[in-house]
Design a protein around this ligand. Structure first.
Ligand SMILES: [Zn+2]
Length: 693
């Protein structure tokens, strides 16, 4: 399809006719400059060694990224922090002591098919933020270790007090398994991946296939504080202790870390415990994929020893931030980011995202070298210490919050962003349309389809499956603490998540043997960034706030009615009224926005004034009082689920009361939501007035 046809067929939000013509030329140029071999080269280099946060290998990755960015013409800054965290496993061991003495394997086998598996610097399985302890006790199987699983055990009259809980991965963030187990009095926790959830029940296992074999271990953080980021400096950046600005740090003894030991095992080891258990068969739905009947209790003749000794201390971390300064609006920022620290080699998680961003930096750098600069500044951020608790990005957000609040147009998160061949995305309301439009301009490699067609697939809806942003990665600080519209996007597939096998060999054999997904994602993220950078008016879909809020409020209202009738709570009436007013304001805005762009008489000072209002829209949801489960979470719009970690909660203030089945604070929330929506409406009206000038 020729460029004129494309431009005739598509009207780009935020662009005047003249600007749109230039933009299509820029995009054509950008796509022609894609170096399809760059992604593979960067990925192979970055994932040569295991590189956890705080290791010297990770400093080598840092230096490589900084030099690639600098050579590509980006101004590159390094932001050091001093984080309180564990950086090494220390001791992490499990053994059966009765009726047989049997130490259990907790490291991946060396495989002749995978040269990376022989690396001497690979570590056994461990979970960062375990408590320290050496316990020998009976065992209880607690399914996924969710809130409801421990409640079920209680209902069955099975106590886990003083026992070791053995739970499987899945269903929630692993830290909550330990949190719930500790709250129910467990002495320790063993977390394993069941063959049903990630092993041979799903498909062939590594190295024959892409699923967990009997020695594959999911590592990961267990941190579950009521804020994200460095454990000792909530709300403040964890600047190095020797820097000029002194940051107040909490005393670690006052922070509610887990106190019981916890460690992960592969199913080949967990099997040894599970098959020796003698209690009653498990409830419906708890049976996993190992070839015997799962039982809730181990009985008194089965004793397991769990020993964890893990040092926590101050660790230097480094965020690497590259800037391509905008030619017209340098103080408006588009931020693209991915962490670079990994549990081992990190080929899919996270460095497929890193390699893609480095390739993108080179392509945009080449364009800038030819005089084609973005009008707004584009920043590419490589975060450190994400795996220990989304720390590097959060500290940067806390350090830069005032500037970010005024300048940041969007944050796009690309953690593990090129992990397979299936595309998926989640977004805040105002960026959904931009993302959808961009996928329509991208070819899905080795097919006659666009990325949009591949993504939409058989989905019957009017739109492809576009999720809402939850927890679990570096967008949290941007979106849920300071209200920057955010997107997370990427290609995915089966992965050997957080295991020593997530290496270049796995990537080449299973994740994407063609390596073309790297170039495709580079083009998609590049087009999105260029549209956001070059549109005279920031291309937010403002009316989507009304559509999505109406849906979320409708759902919340229905869920309230499930446990409270109208005598207990009258309903979310103020919020509903506020949404009606918002819808009206959105209609007025849309007309003014379209007319202004059609007229094409926008001046730079006018654009700046309008864009400042547009940047302020998402901040309507930022409430300094925050959530009752943690006031660091200040967005009334979205939050990670505080009971499970990963899942996204929409309208979290109300959602929390729903989970508590309490109506007491619902009138307060109705008022607070109405106030936030009214603030959004007012900002939209102010913007409309500016557009009509
Ligand atoms: Zn990651």
């Amino acid at each position: 399809m020729g460029i004129t046809l494309t431009s005739a067929a598509q009207t780009l939000p935020g662009f005047t006719t003249a600007a749109q013509h230039d933009e299509f030329e820029t995009e054509k140029k950008f796509k022609s400059l894609t170096d399809w071999s760059a992604f593979r080269k960067h990925l192979q280099t970055i994932t040569r060694e295991p590189h956890t946060a705080g290791s010297t290998a990770n400093e080598r990755v840092r230096d490589y990224m900084a030099s690639v960015m600098t050579q590509a013409g980006w101004k590159t800054d390094i932001y050091p922090y001093e984080l309180y965290m564990p950086k090494e496993p220390g001791t992490s061991q499990v053994a059966i002591v009765e009726p047989v003495r049997l130490p259990l394997n907790n490291q991946e086998y060396v495989l002749k098919e995978d040269p990376y598996s022989t690396n001497a610097n690979l570590w056994p399985g461990w979970n960062a933020w375990s408590g320290n302890g050496d316990v020998t006790a009976e065992v209880v199987y607690a399914n996924y270790g969710r809130k409801e699983d421990f409640e079920k055990l209680e209902a069955l009259g099975i106590s886990i007090k003083g026992k070791i809980a053995i739970v499987r991965y899945g269903g929630n963030f692993r830290g909550y398994k330990v949190k719930h187990a500790q709250a129910h009095g467990a002495a320790g926790v063993i977390i394993y991946t069941d063959p049903t959830d990630g092993g041979y029940v799903r498909g062939l296992t590594y190295p024959e296939g892409a699923y967990f074999n009997e020695s594959t271990i999911q590592r990961g953080s267990l941190l579950t504080l009521d804020y994200t980021g460095d454990a000792l400096t909530p709300f403040e950046p964890a600047l190095p202790r020797d820097s000029k600005t002194k940051v107040k740090r909490l005393d670690p003894a006052t922070v509610s870390f887990h106190t019981i030991p916890a460690t992960p095992l592969p199913y080949g080891a967990a099997k040894e415990i599970l098959q020796r258990m003698t209690g009653k068969p498990v409830p419906q739905g708890w049976q996993g994929g190992l070839p015997f009947t799962y039982r809730t209790e181990g009985g008194s003749s089965l004793k397991v020893r769990l020993a964890v000794e893990q040092k926590k201390d101050f660790v230097r971390s480094y965020d690497v931030i590259g800037t391509l300064t905008g030619s017209e609006y340098p103080d408006e920022w588009i931020i693209l980011g991915c962490h670079y620290d990994a549990w081992a080699f990190g080929a899919t998680d996270p460095n497929s995202g890193t390699a893609m961003l480095l390739s993108l930096a080179e392509t945009l750098g080449k364009m800038a070298g030819q005089g084609i600069r973005p009008k707004r500044s584009i920043k590419i951020a490589h975060w450190d210490a994400e795996e220990q608790g989304v720390i590097g990005s959060t500290e940067w957000v806390e350090q830069m919050k005032n500037e970010l609040g005024a300048k940041a147009v969007a944050y796009v998160n690309l953690d593990a962003g090129v992990s397979g061949r299936d595309f998926g995305a989640a977004s805040s309301p105002s960026l959904k349309q931009l993302l959808i439009d961009a996928t329509q301009t991208i070819d899905y490699p080795d097919s006659a389809k666009t990325l949009y067609q591949h993504w939409k697939g058989k989905s019957k809806g009017k739109e492809p499956n576009l999720g809402n942003l939850g927890g679990g990665s570096d967008h949290i600080g941007f979106y849920m603490h300071i209200g920057i519209p955010s997107v997370s996007a990427g290609t995915h597939g089966p992965t050997l998540y957080h295991s020593n096998y997530d290496d270049f060999n796995f990537y080449e054999k299973f994740a994407d043997p063609t390596f073309k997904m790297g170039g495709m994602m580079e083009q998609l993220i590049g087009i999105m960034a260029l549209r956001m950078a070059n549109a005279p008016l920031i291309p937010y879909d403002v009316k989507r706030y009304a559509t999505d809020l109406k849906t979320h409020l409708g759902n919340a209202g229905k869920n309230v009615r499930r446990f409270a009738d109208s005598t207990a709570f009258a309903g979310l009436k103020q919020s509903a009224e506020a949404v009606t007013a918002l819808e009206k304001a959105c209609t007025g805005f849309q007309t003014a926005y379209t007319q202004k762009l059609a007229k094409g008489d926008l001046t730079t000072p006018q654009a700046k004034a309008i864009n400042a209002q547009l940047i302020a829209l998402e901040k309507s949801f930022i409430d300094p009082k925050g959530m009752y489960y943690g006031n660091w979470y200040r967005s009334l719009y979205a939050s990670p689920d505080p009971f499970s970690g990963y899942a996204s909660w929409m309208l979290p203030g109300i959602q929390y009361e729903l989970d508590l089945k309490s109506t007491t604070r619902l009138p307060e929330w109705d008022t607070r939501y109405a106030q936030a929506i009214n603030k959004l409406t007012q900002t939209i009206q102010t913007t409309t007035t500016l557009l009509n000038k």
